[in-house]
Design a protein around this ligand. Structure first.
Ligand code: ADE
Ligand code: ZN
Length: 338
């Protein structure tokens, strides 16, 4: 099997995916129509043409605007089902997805409108296609600590359906210390913590996310490699990094994919993984991310296998599910690696 077919066919886990970032332009148009929402675009082509970002903030402005078409639990259900259909087509067997409740409650929706739609689709798809999942709700870091506490409060009755808390949105100007207390409260309530760090921000943000927010996984973490001491520490602790190559390219975190740090991360012993972040905005789902970075860095079969296996190792599956998934991945690799 050549490496392109290998990537397409290997079992995958996706650990960094914002469900609102899977809103494809055609679905944006049809939901706008269904919900009588005016869009500043006349066509799918116009929407795509607007996806020319120079920074994270540039993208976030359109991302928050786009999610306004999501109005009812059915919209979230359709959105999640469309993503899961892509997962099935790309042999993704396990997903850990983010949602941004404050992006919806700020528009007058209930916390449950998003949660119910997303979890119905996740539950149904586990039964019909066997794709397993965990749901992580992110606090928007450009909003206040108080707003994050209100969101945590709204989540407490639904702890059975929400596995973890994350931190996303504008990294610049909103470093981890702002959310120390709400993360402690969330961890005390039993949520697992993760955070975006070291995407546009510095290695110090990653260290603070580890020390102050006590996260179990780093989302992005590109900047870890800028600090040798932190690299050794993250490697020794095997804290997973959920890297997102096409996102980094589209948001100008790297100028060119040939400069992406994922190979350096593997060489430094980091538990790096490949993910799609906001695939509808960045031009590709998980397989396209693997293919693009393989091509740009000429990654070997061994490196691709390591990345694919790391996703299962870095997931929040329980020990038994993880052992089964890693064994299935290793069996696939043994049968199909030249
Ligand atoms: N929200 C959605 N995608 C994001 C990203 N890549 N970084 C920060 N916040 C986000
Ligand atoms: Zn992200």
């Amino acid at each position: 099997m050549d490496i392109t077919s290998f990537i397409a066919n290997m079992p995958k886990a996706e650990l960094h995916l914002h469900i609102e970032g899977t809103l494809e332009p055609d679905m944006m148009m049809s939901l706008a129509d269904r919900n009588k929402i005016a869009l500043p675009y006349a066509s799918v082509d116009e929407i795509r043409a607007a996806y020319n970002f120079t920074s994270l903030q540039d993208f976030l402005d359109l991302y928050y605007q786009g999610m306004a078409v999501l109005q009812t639990p059915f919209d979230f259900y359709d959105l999640t089902n469309a993503y899961l259909a892509r997962c099935f087509a790309q042999n993704v067997t396990h997903v850990e997805i983010f949602f941004d409740p404050q992006g919806h409650t700020a528009r007058g929706l209930t916390f449950e409108a998003a949660l119910d739609g997303i979890t119905s689709a996740l539950d149904e798809t586990e039964r019909s296609l066997g794709i397993t999942s965990k749901l992580i709700m992110c606090f928007l870091r450009h909003l206040s600590e108080e707003d994050a506490f209100e969101t945590l409060e709204a989540a407490l009755p639904h702890k059975d359906r929400i596995f973890g808390v994350g931190l996303d949105s504008s990294e610049k100007d909103h470093p981890p210390p702002k959310f120390m207390r709400v993360f402690k409260a969330a961890r005390d309530a039993g949520f697992t913590a993760v955070a975006h760090a070291g995407e546009e921000g510095s290695a110090a943000n990653v260290a603070d996310a580890i020390d102050l927010l006590e996260i179990s996984r780093i989302d992005h973490g590109n900047a870890v490699l800028n600090d040798a001491i932190l690299t050794d520490r993250v490697s020794a602790a095997q804290i997973p990094l959920t890297m997102c190559p096409l996102s980094n390219l589209k948001l100008c975190v790297v100028d060119d994919l040939s400069q992406h740090p994922v190979r350096l991360a593997l060489q430094a012993g980091l538990l790096a993984t490949i993910n799609s972040d906001d695939p509808a905005y960045f031009g590709g789902y998980i397989s396209e991310n693997f293919l693009a970075v393989q091509h740009a860095l000429n990654l070997s079969f061994e490196e691709i296998c390591q990345l694919g296996r790391n996703a299962y190792l870095g997931s929040f599956m329980d020990a038994g599910q993880k052992a089964t998934a890693v064994a299935a991945f290793d069996a696939f690799a043994a049968e199909n690696t030249p």
